[in-house]
Design a protein around this ligand. Structure first.
Ligand SMILES: Cc1cc2nc3c(=O)[nH]c(=O)nc-3n(C[C@H](O)[C@H](O)[C@H](O)COP(=O)(O)OP(=O)(O)OC[C@H]3O[C@@H](n4cnc5c(N)ncnc54)[C@H](O)[C@@H]3O)c2cc1C
Length: 428
């Protein structure tokens, strides 16, 4: 007889959500987290998009540590001296509470506490080394030679899936499977944030940036989110380009981002509070491990469930949903856990937006990490904007002529622009 019905590895959004559901379903659950307290090892922007929280903690508004709700969303291309942005502000965004800006240290602790309240046993400061197998079935986990047994294990260990790798359940990560996320938290008084970002104390600003202005062939995206009295500023950089360019360090890229004329003013007089780095899954379907096996399921980042098209970066919502679906699969099959019964997890994921988004946007990384998106397009847009807004008392040209001239001056043919633009739009 096993010591636990289920062991969940990792008290991030995926693991804690799974543990809550399992405990509510009457299961004897062990939630193991290497951070002490939960959240201390995690790095995220972070905006939690969508309504997942209602599914895991229906009365979340009473206690969830939400910093602000997104009321202004921007997407911007930064060139060295310019910013070309789409900006959207809406009272509807606020009313729908679509984007919840959170600080993961606080949020993860709160969610793990909810798992404990539901009846799960939470053990922190323990790093699981690998899964323990007997006759091809997972029967528990091992840490430092000690074995704890269970009927099923949910692997929710995040983007650096050492347990899966150590257990021979997925190959080592390549530079195409993940990107490097770097984040700095900067303290600013609440009233300064409200004025500077044109929000009230409940509302928040969230922006993603294409950072094509960075030199040395680097490809990266940036983000800036307003918390209550801090801002989160970060970069997600392509690992293979970063490695190919052995001269550039993460703090150099952050430094250049912070010095950009349109960022500099937003963080002026801010006091740096925290600096951290973390991997972000980027490989999509191609780097996904087996999602289930005899006695185990994989959820969240460990399953490579993230989405990024340059306009939003999402993973927390997929983590919560996949954690809940993993728990549901176990609850439905608790009397007979094996590879065959656990396969219904994939059906559930396919019927949800988790796997369907990954299929719909399969290959999106070829757009987000392309030289066209990162370098050529921002330059063309910059030329077009400058031609339209720089008045010199000369006869005006139609937009089409302006665009053609901009394309030509950036060394591109018009037909190439159309085909690249079309490919981009189809993937996004
Ligand atoms: C810089 C950055 C910005 C991001 N911004 C956003 C955003 O704005 N919105 C969004 O939706 N997503 C964002 N993401 C992605 C998001 O953070 C992840 O998709 C999400 O955290 C995945 O949740 P998870 O529970 O699967 O994994 P994690 O949150 O990584 O949690 C895994 C947990 O497992 C623990 N753990 C790992 N290994 C072990 C082990 N062996 N034993 C015990 N415990 C272990 C870890 O300490 C951690 O607590 C961002 C990511 C980064 C890096």
């Amino acid at each position: 007889m096993s010591e636990f019905d289920v062991i969940v590895i990792g008290a991030g959004p995926a693991g804690s959500s799974a543990a809550i559901k399992l405990a509510q379903g009457g299961m004897n659950v062990l939630l193991v987290e290497r951070g002490d307290p939960p959240g201390t090892k995690n790095v995220s922007g972070a905006v939690l998009w969508g309504d997942e929280l209602s599914r895991v903690v229906p009365d979340w508004e009473r206690s969830a540590p939400i910093e602000r709700f997104v009321t202004r969303k921007e997407v911007a291309f930064l060139t060295e001296r310019s910013k070309i942005a789409i900006s959207y502000s809406s009272q509807d965004l606020m009313e729908k509470k679509s984007g919840k800006i959170i600080v993961r240290g606080k949020f993860d602790q709160w969610l793990a506490r909810k798992a404990k309240d539901a009846g799960a046993m939470l053990v922190t400061g323990i790093t699981v080394d690998k899964l323990v197998m007997d006759d091809g079935k997972v029967i528990g986990v091992m840490q430092d030679g000690d074995v704890v047994t269970s009927d099923a294990v949910i692997v929710a260990e995040g983007a650096n899936p050492r347990v899966l790798i150590n257990s021979g359940l997925r190959p080592k990560l390549s530079d195409h499977d993940v990107a490097l996320g770097i984040k700095e938290t900067i303290k600013l008084p609440e009233n300064v944030i409200n004025e500077r970002f044109n929000v009230d104390s409940k509302g928040g600003y969230a922006s993603e940036f294409v950072l094509g202005f960075l030199e040395d062939g680097l490809l990266s995206g940036g983000f800036l989110y307003t918390n209550k009295d801090t801002v989160s500023l970060g970069i997600v950089a392509s690992l293979d380009r970063l490695r190919a360019n052995g001269m550039t360090h993460s703090y150099d890229i952050m430094g250049k981002f912070e010095e950009h004329p349109f960022i500099k003013n937003l963080i002026k007089d801010g006091i740096p509070d925290e600096y951290a780095a973390h991997l972000v899954p980027e490989g999509g379907l191609a780097s996904m491990p087996e999602l289930y096996g005899n006695g185990y399921l994989v959820a969240g980042d460990a399953a490579m469930f993230t989405f990024s098209n340059g306009m939003v970066l999402q993973g927390i919502n997929y983590a919560i949903t996949s954690g809940l679906l993993a728990a549901e699969t176990i609850l439905e099959n608790k009397t007979k856990i094996n590879k065959e019964t656990l396969s219904s997890y994939v059906t559930k994921l396919r019927n949800s937006y988790v796997l369907s988004d990954l299929y719909t946007f399969n290959g999106i990384q070829n757009v987000t990490w392309s030289d066209f998106t990162q370098k050529t397009m921002p330059k063309i847009l910059d030329s077009v904007m400058m031609s339209m807004f720089d008045e010199r008392g000369m006869p005006k040209k139609h937009l089409m002529q302006v665009l053609t001239a901009a394309v030509k001056s950036n060394g591109m043919r018009y037909t190439d622009l159309i085909s690249s633009g079309y490919r981009m739009m189809r993937k996004m």
